[in-house]
Write a protein that binds this ligand. Structure first.
Ligand code: ZN
Length: 347
């Protein structure tokens, strides 16, 4: 058997009202003298003061960089600017894009980075994968964060649809793991039982608690911990396999066909409903869970046309031919795609 590498975050802090301890966290991680901070304009306005105060307390110098989109040109510019900073550490502070940017720059410049998520809409906060717009339609492997720092009070201030989207990204693991098992059986590819089970566990937590969430609201802390744990599962697997199967390919196809419509986790949730049906899993339970957490279950809810769903179903597997999923077992004709989307009430 070939050797297997696991790159993991070293320090993960999940707290409440703890953004003031950010400097302390960095200090315990690698005693940086200077840090480059990457965030969006909005995020910077909200937590800038608190972050700066805590960095000054630890005498850590800092420079801010604004990530305005996920285009490769923006990324290259930020990378050039950061190179001039001569920092010992990078921090990606934001909902997804800033963390992704930090991840990619960290990988390219070989400087460690920390992830500071301000929303919990997907499982990228602790994983080594990035979704930067490139010639590849799916996520790219970069580097795992050295540390993850979460203030639950910041996460709670973000719109609840973001947390619901995070639940969709977690439910996707049920499909992804089944696809991974199928791939292992059909192609002999590596399958890591431990990382597969860990990814399933984070989906299970949502499946088991969704009823409660529908009455009492989403539990940000539990969802954040599940998302971190899913990211760690990917680190252990050494690939996105435990968290990304046919439902993610469907979501990536929609990114191409209907750009800007629906959040990543929302699209993965809807994809999970249909792929569960193909895999012979309990798709109705997935619909029920998504409903209970307040995540969309239909094309209409995310503003996507019926024809776009059909096209995405037919395109999905082509986007990543080497990744064996349930879609390899079926010839997804137009009629099959229509039937599938209709029977599961996605359209
Ligand atoms: Zn995802």
């Amino acid at each position: 058997m070939p050797s297997h590498t696991m790159e993991l975050p070293r320090l993960i802090v999940v707290g409440e009202n703890n953004i003031k301890d950010f400097g302390e966290f960095l200090f315990s991680l690698n005693k940086p003298k200077k840090i480059s901070l990457i965030s969006g304009i909005h995020v910077k306005k909200i937590i800038k003061k608190k972050i700066e105060r805590s960095l000054k307390l630890k005498k850590i110098k800092f420079t801010w960089h604004i990530s305005k989109d996920n285009q490769i040109s923006t990324l290259s510019q930020i990378q050039k600017d950061i190179k001039k900073d001569h920092s010992d550490l990078l921090a990606g502070i934001g909902g997804g894009r800033s963390v992704d940017t930090a991840k990619m720059v960290s990988f390219n410049l070989d400087i460690p980075f920390v992830s500071v998520p301000t929303a919990a809409s997907h499982d990228g906060m602790a994983s080594p994968f990035v979704s930067i717009k490139s010639d590849k339609p799916h996520s790219l492997v970069a580097t795992a964060p050295l540390g993850v720092f979460v203030d639950i009070n910041v996460i709670k201030k973000a719109p609840s649809k973001l947390l619901a989207s995070g639940c969709g990204d977690l439910i996707a693991n049920i499909i992804a793991v089944k696809d991974w098992q199928l791939g292992h059986k059909k192609t002999g590819e590596y399958y890591g039982m431990y990382s597969a089970d860990l990814a399933l566990l984070s989906a299970k937590i949502i499946m088991e608690n969704s009823r409660k969430y529908s009455k009492e609201g989403l539990d940000a802390r539990v969802i954040v911990e599940a998302l971190i744990s899913a990211g760690v599962a990917s680190c252990i697997a050494g690939s996105s396999r435990p968290c990304s199967g046919a439902e993610h390919l469907f979501s990536h196809a929609l990114d191409k066909i209907a750009p800007g419509k629906g959040l990543h986790g929302e699209k993965c949730g809807i994809g999970s409903i249909m792929m569960a049906k193909l895999q012979g899993q309990d798709w109705k339970k997935i619909v029920k869970t998504l409903n209970e957490v307040g995540a969309p279950t239909t094309a209409k809810q995310i503003g996507v046309k019926e024809s776009e769903i059909i096209e995405a179903l037919m395109m999905a597997q082509e986007l990543r031919p080497e990744r064996y999923t349930i879609l390899k077992e079926i010839e997804m004709t137009e009629q099959r795609a229509i039937n599938l989307a209709k029977r599961t009430k996605v359209i």
